[in-house]
Write a protein that binds this ligand. Structure first.
Ligand code: M6R
Length: 616
C-alpha cells in the first residue's frame, strides 16, 4: 500500500477568471513525465468546491470536464504516477478532507503511523495513498487551533517525514492557496493579476513570464495579487525571480512525429548552444565559474562522478577522457549505490554530478551526502538552471540543450558529453597538460554540430536496419574503450523505448560468459570506427561470427568492413576519435527510435517510466 510518486505533476492557480482550462493545459504540458491518472479541484467565490479525477490520460479528464460545470477562480490539479497503490480514481489526487483539498508530489514516509493516528481520531480513508493523511492532518489541525491555512500548515509539515511538494486549498477561504516544499520542487509563476504554482515551469509557460523557485523548507501563501514566502524557520523571505528557462517552445512537436525524434534532430543546435561562448580563440572559456572557483580546480587530484541512467553513461565516457587526456584519476558511480556505500574520499577530490533534470532523488542525495565527506567542491553539469542540484552545488555548468520532453534522454546526453569534454580540456590545462591537448579537443568539438548534422542524414539507412530488430526479443551491444559506455547507452535506449531486452558488453569480455548467448536470434550491434582498438574488436567480431551471430556494425570507411553473410554495416563519415562517442550515440538513438516506430510503442512516454525520478 506504499505509494511511490515518480515525478507526478502539480499545477495550481489563483486568479480572477475561471482557471479550469489553465489547470488542464498545465497538466498536459507535464504529460511527458509519465503518469497514470489525473485530477483537479476548483473552488468558486462562494466556496463551492468541485473535484474531478480520472484514470488514464489527461484528455479523459479534459473530456469529463466538458460534461460538467467546473467553475472556479482558484484550483489545484495533479498527474499521478504510481507503482504501489493501483492507478484508480480513488487514489488519484486531489485528496479531500471536509473543506480541504491537497495535491502532493513525493513520499510521506511516516504515513502509516499518521494514518493510524487519524483513524483513531475518527477519520475515514478513501484511498490507499500517503497523501490523504496530509488532507486529514490539516483538517484536524484546523479544528484544534483555528487560524489561517498558512498558520495550520506550519505544524502540519512539522509532522511529516519524507519528501513533499504540496499545494493546499480550503473552500472556506477560496481566494488563497498555500504550498510547501521539501525535497520535491515547486515553482511559482507570476502572471498579470494572477499567480500560479507548479512542479515544473513548463506547466505555466502560457500564463506566466516571471518565476520564483521555492527553496527547501519554504512555505508560501498566495492570492491573485500577493505572495508571502516563509523559510523553514517561519521567517518571511524573498526568493529571486527568474525569467523562463525554457529555451525552446517545448509544447510544439512541429513536423516531427515524436518529441524524441525532434530532440534527436535538435542536437546540432543544442550542441552549438552548449559550445557557444565557451570556446574563445581556440581555448576553453569557463569564466562563468568565476575566478576563485576556477582556481580551486587547480588543486583537484581526483574526480568522483555520480549520476543515474543515461547521465551515468556520460560519466563513464568522461572517465576515459579525464584519465587519458587530462591525466586526472576519475571514478564513476551510480548515485543510488554511492549514497549508501560509505565511500572513502580521496585527497582533493572534486565531486561532479550529472543530471538532465537536476531533480533526480538519488543524485541529489549523493550530492548532499558528499558535503559531509570532505570533497574539495561539488560541480553539477545539468540542463535545468533552477533545479535543486544546481542550487545546492558549489558550481554548475549548464548543458544548453533546451527542455527535453521525451522520457528517453537524447540531446541532454550529447550536450553533457560536450560539457565534459570542455571540462577535460580546461582541467587538463590546469594540471599542466600541453596546450596541444586543449587545441585538439577544441578543434574536435568545433566540428561537432556539423558532424551531427551529417549523421542525421543517415536516418533512412538506419531505419532500414531497424527492420532486422523489431521481431527480436534480445539484443547485445558491444564496443571497446570509450565506446563501451556508448554501447551501454545504445542498449538502454533500445530497451527503454522498444521493450526489447538489450545488454551491453565491453567486447573483450564476451568470451568470459556472454558468448554462450550467441545464435541467430541474438543480434549483436557493434560500434567499430577505425581507432586504436579496432584490431582487438575485429577479433571479438570473429568470435561472434564463428558462432553464427548476426552482426550490425556501425563503422566508417577506414575500418574496412565488408558486408557478408551475417554482417550488415552502416558506414558513417570519419570523425575525430575524441568526438566518436557523441557521434555514434546519435546513430544508436536513431536505431532505437526506428525500432520503436515499427513496434508502435509509446515513444515519448514508454510504459512504466517517468521523465525524472524525484523519489528513490
Ligand atoms: O535527470 P537525470 O539525468 O538525473 O535522470 C537520470 C535518469 O533517470 C535518466 O537518464 C534515464 O535513464 C533516462 N530515461 C534514460 O533515457
Amino acid at each position: 500500500m506504499y505509494e511511490y510518486k515518480l515525478m507526478c505533476g502539480i499545477v495550481g492557480a489563483v486568479a480572477q477568471r475561471n482557471i479550469t482550462e489553465i489547470l488542464i493545459k498545465g497538466l498536459q504540458a507535464l504529460e511527458y513525465r509519465g503518469y497514470d491518472s489525473a485530477g483537479l479541484a476548483v473552488v468558486d467565490s462562494e466556496g463551492k468546491m468541485t473535484c474531478l479525477r480520472r484514470t488514464g490520460k489527461v484528455q479523459s479528464l479534459a473530456d469529463a470536464a466538458k460534461t460538467q460545470p467546473l467553475l472556479g477562480n482558484t484550483g489545484i490539479a495533479h498527474t499521478r504516477w504510481a507503482t504501489h497503490g493501483k492507478p484508480s480514481e480513488l487514489n488519484a489526487h486531489p485528496h479531500l478532507s471536509t473543506h480541504i483539498a491537497v495535491v502532493h508530489n513525493g513520499i510521506i514516509e511516516n504515513y502509516e503511523s499518521l494514518r493510524n493516528l487519524l483513524i483513531h481520531r475518527g477519520y475515514n480513508f478513501t484511498s490507499e495513498t500517503d497523501t490523504e493523511v496530509i488532507a486529514h492532518l490539516i483538517d484536524w489541525q484546523q479544528r484544534q487551533q483555528g487560524g489561517s491555512l498558512l498558520e495550520v500548515m506550519q505544524p502540519v509539515v512539522a509532522q511529516l517525514s519524507g519528501t513533499y511538494g504540496v499545494v493546499v486549498m480550503d473552500s472556506r477561504d477560496p481566494a488563497r492557496l498555500v504550498a510547501a516544499r521539501s525535497g520535491s520542487p515547486l515553482v511559482i509563476g507570476c502572471g498579470e493579476g494572477e499567480n500560479f504554482i507548479a512542479s515544473d515551469e513548463l506547466a505555466l509557460l502560457k500564463v506566466a513570464r516571471r518565476f520564483i523557485y521555492l527553496a527547501e523548507g519554504d512555505l508560501v501563501e498566495m492570492t491573485h495579487s500577493s505572495l508571502s514566502i516563509f523559510d523553514g524557520q517561519g521567517n518571511a523571505v524573498q526568493r529571486a525571480e527568474t525569467a523562463p528557462q525554457a529555451q525552446y517552445h517545448a509544447g510544439d512537436k512541429g513536423l516531427y512525429r515524436h518529441y524524441m525524434q525532434k530532440e534527436i534532430h535538435e542536437q546540432p543546435l543544442a550542441l552549438q548552444q552548449t559550445l557557444t561562448d565557451r570556446i574563445n580563440n581556440g581555448k576553453i572559456d569557463f569564466s562563468e565559474l568565476g575566478s576563485d572557483i576556477a582556481d580551486r580546480l587547480t588543486n583537484v587530484q581526483h574526480i568522483q562522478i555520480v549520476a543515474c541512467g543515461t547521465s551515468y553513461h556520460a560519466g563513464l565516457v568522461a572517465r576515459y577522457w579525464f584519465e587519458s587526456l587530462a591525466g586526472i584519476p576519475c571514478d564513476v558511480e551510480i548515485s543510488s549505490e554511492f549514497r549508501y556505500r560509505q565511500p572513502v574520499v580521496r585527497a582533493n577530490s572534486l565531486l561532479i554530478t550529472l543530471s538532465q533534470s537536476g531533480e533526480t532523488a538519488d543524485t541529489l542525495a549523493a550530492l548532499r551526502l558528499s558535503k559531509t565527506l570532505g570533497y574539495l567542491a561539488s560541480l553539477a553539469i545539468c540542463n535545468v538552471a533552477g533545479s535543486s542540484l544546481v542550487r545546492e552545488s558549489d558550481m554548475a555548468l549548464m548543458t544548453k540543450a533546451g527542455i527535453e520532453i521525451g522520457v528517453a534522454s537524447t540531446k541532454a546526453f550529447t550536450t553533457q558529453l560536450a560539457v565534459l569534454l570542455m571540462l577535460v580540456a580546461f582541467m587538463g590545462k590546469k594540471k599542466g597538460r600541453p596546450e596541444a591537448v586543449e587545441h585538439k579537443i577544441v578543434h574536435a568539438l568545433q566540428t561537432l554540430p556539423v558532424k551531427i548534422t551529417e549523421i542525421l542524414t543517415w536516418d533512412n539507412s538506419i531505419a532500414n536496419l531497424a527492420n532486422n530488430f523489431y521481431d527480436k526479443k534480445h539484443a547485445l551491444f558491444i564496443g571497446r574503450g570509450e565506446l563501451y559506455p556508448i554501447a551501454m547507452e545504445g542498449a538502454l535506449k533500445l530497451k527503454e523505448i522498444s521493450y526489447i531486452h538489450a545488454e551491453a558488453y565491453a567486447a573483450g569480455e564476451l568470451k568470459h560468459g556472454p558468448l554462450a548467448l550467441i545464435d541467430e536470434n541474438m543480434p549483436v550491434i557493434v560500434i567499430a570506427p577505425k581507432n586504436s582498438l579496432l584490431e582487438k574488436l575485429k577479433s571479438n567480431i570473429e568470435e561472434i561470427r564463428a558462432r553464427g551471430g548476426e552482426l550490425s556494425i556501425f563503422t566508417d570507411k577506414a575500418a574496412a568492413f565488408n558486408e557478408s553473410k551475417g554482417i550488415k554495416t552502416i558506414q558513417l563519415p570519419q570523425v575525430d576519435d575524441i568526438i566518436a562517442p557523441i557521434f555514434y550515440t546519435v546513430a544508436l538513438q536513431l536505431l532505437s527510435y526506428h525500432v520503436a516506430l515499427i513496434k508502435k510503442t509509446d515513444v515519448d512516454q514508454p510504459r512504466n517510466l517517468a521523465k525524472s525520478v524525484t523519489v528513490e
